[in-house]
Design a protein around this ligand. Structure first.
Ligand code: FES
Length: 81
């Protein structure tokens, strides 16, 4: 199984809007991190993960792509190398 590309060493803080859908990049190849730009088509094994904002607030999307709480940061970037 392929591993995702580590897009960032820290999470991405994003102000999301209630009721809006966001597509988190799981492969790490997107040029518009933390969101999908279609680059995963080349990676094949990865597809974006949908996040629907339940309220308007700032959330931290995973940047290292190693989170177990996709698409949100779980602190894995502090351990992954
Ligand atoms: Fe990474 Fe779409 S570009 S999942």
């Amino acid at each position: 199984m392929a591993h995702p590309v580590r897009a960032s060493d820290t999470p991405f803080a994003v102000a999301v809007e209630q009721g809006k859908d966001y597509w988190w990049c799981a492969c790490g190849l997107s040029k518009t991190q933390p969101f999908c730009d279609g680059s995963h088509n080349a990676a094949r094994e990865f597809t974006p993960v949908k996040y629907t904002a339940s309220e308007s607030k700032t959330v931290h999307f995973c940047g290292c792509k190693g989170t177990a709480r996709q698409p949100l940061c779980d602190g894995s970037h502090k351990q992954a190398g």
